[in-house]
Design a protein around this ligand. Structure first.
Ligand SMILES: Cc1ncc(COP(=O)(O)O)c(C=O)c1O
Length: 439
């Protein structure tokens, strides 16, 4: 029973008579063989910390492969050893996680931050520099600004809208620091669209920058993309030059605001060191959460499609409302703005989380939030229910005010994550709340 569950599964169909199966179809069966679990239609939850070996030689062989002491033989299954290394629920989950992105391999984590920190730690060394896009999720920013420097790693931020902090200028700075510290520019970490302003980073430019750095310094930085906001339905960064794609599965993929998890997808070779770090840091997902994400993956396309449609309708309503100054929905980008071209080039849809500025300041923003009757006042995003929050004092409370001002995170900004409710009900709620703003 202990050799890898998914490796023994017969359920790896990717096509029928040359007809390629789509991810939304594969989410119901890929990588899970009911005959290995008494015919259960759905995988049982493997609540077990450890796995029994058939004999000592098998145990030895499993460890040799798991700890990289030798390459796995051609017909050899990786073995189940211990749930910090892997577990059947996580094997099935990781097989399915990679499908939407067309990646070779997937890894699951205890949270989005576990995925980000484990991936960075696997690839940075003392003296190195991480080039990162700003604004970036607050936890990621904290890791780069406050934790990594303690390990000799410097973060250099870049933005798309301030020429003094462009990727080109930040790259020169990053190279100089790396040379001075005897390190490398080892990672370009990008969050696009950025939270909460929805500004877009050109992934092709990041890939070209990585190649340019390799030419000059002899080491290619990995382009890591946090695809939480649009992925996996509306953006596939691996098709646009990313090496590794990271998710907070807590958001759209989990999709019901009832779990915390993270994921990473990419090539087998690039994910190998991350899997090794995950085993030792113990940042893996647990089997129960893994099972819940498998359930969520079955409805991912339906949920993301409906919430995207609702968000379109709501963005249009807000854009026409007299109490609203501006709306950061991706389809409302001015066609003359270079971001419009980036959107066309690398995104497949606008998603359903965006910020908008109302007339007034914090007092007016709070008045709107406190008046909501259907939409919930909470941080996080990507769930079935609509949520609203005030980034300036909530999700971005930790970011210094002058940085928020620079990034365009204002006191009059509200962020909405649109759910799958009836759009007209959401509009009725927003309308009554916005009517409290005196014009
Ligand atoms: C874009 C983005 N990345 C990463 C994270 C961190 O994810 P988690 O809360 O699952 O650790 C978040 C959380 O809000 C996020 O919005």
């Amino acid at each position: 029973m202990s050799s890898s569950y998914s490796a023994r599964s017969r359920y790896y169909k990717t096509e029928i008579n040359g007809h390629k199966l789509h991810p939304e179809t594969q989410m119901m069966s890929y990588g899970y063989d009911p005959s290995l679990s008494e015919g259960a239609l759905k995988p049982p939850v493997f609540h077990t910390s450890t796995f029994v070996f058939n004999n000592a030689a098998e145990g030895k062989a499993f460890f040799e492969v798991a700890y990289g002491k030798r390459e796995k033989g051609e017909d050899e299954d990786p073995g189940l050893i211990y749930s910090r290394i892997n577990n059947p629920n996580l094997e099935v989950l990781e097989d399915r996680l990679r499908l939407w992105d067309g990646a070779e391999k997937g890894l699951s984590f205890a949270s989005g931050m576990a995925a980000i920190s484990t991936s960075l730690l696997a690839y940075v060394r003392p003296g190195d520099v991480v080039l990162y896009s700003e604004p970036i999720y607050g936890g990621t920013e904290f890791l780069i600004r406050n934790i990594l420097p303690g390990f000799g790693v410097t973060g250099v931020g870049f933005t798309t809208w301030n020429e003094d902090r462009s990727l080109t200028i930040a790259t020169e700075e990053a190279k100089a620091i790396a040379k001075e510290n005897g390190g490398r520019v080892s990672v370009i970490l990008v969050e696009t669209p950025a939270n909460p302003t929805n500004c877009l980073i050109d992934l092709h430019e990041c890939r070209d920058t990585a190649l340019h750095i390799e030419q000059e310094l002899g080491h290619k930085p990995l382009v890591m993309v946090d695809n939480t906001f649009l992925g996996p339905l509306w953006q596939r960064p691996l098709e646009h030059g990313a090496d590794i794609v990271i998710y907070s599965l807590t958001k759209y993929v989990g999709g019901h605001s009832d779990l915390v998890a993270g994921g990473v997808v990419g090539s087998e070779s690039l994910l190998g060191p991350i899997a090794g770090f995950r085993t030792i840091l113990g940042t893996m997902c647990d089997p129960q959460t893994g099972w819940m994400i498998l359930r969520s993956l079955e409805t991912l396309k339906l949920r993301m499609t409906q919430s995207c449609e609702n968000a379109r309708v709501i963005a249009k309503f807000l854009n026409e409302h007299p109490a609203v100054e501006s709306v950061g929905h991706l389809e409302l980008i001015d066609p003359s703005d270079p971001a419009a071209q980036v959107y066309k080039q690398q995104c497949l849809g606008p998603g359903s989380t965006f910020a908008f500025d109302i007339k007034g300041g914090e007092a007016e923003a709070f008045k709107v939030l406190d008046a909501l009757k259907v939409i919930k006042l909470a941080v996080s995003l990507g769930g079935t229910e609509s949520l609203m929050e005030h980034p300036f004092t909530m999700t971005h409370a930790d970011v210094p005010n002058e940085v928020k001002n620079r990034l365009g995170v204002t006191e009059s900004m509200l962020r909405i994550s649109v759910g799958i409710e009836n759009a007209q009900d959401l509009i009725a709620d927003l309308n009554q709340a916005l009517s409290l703003i005196e014009l």
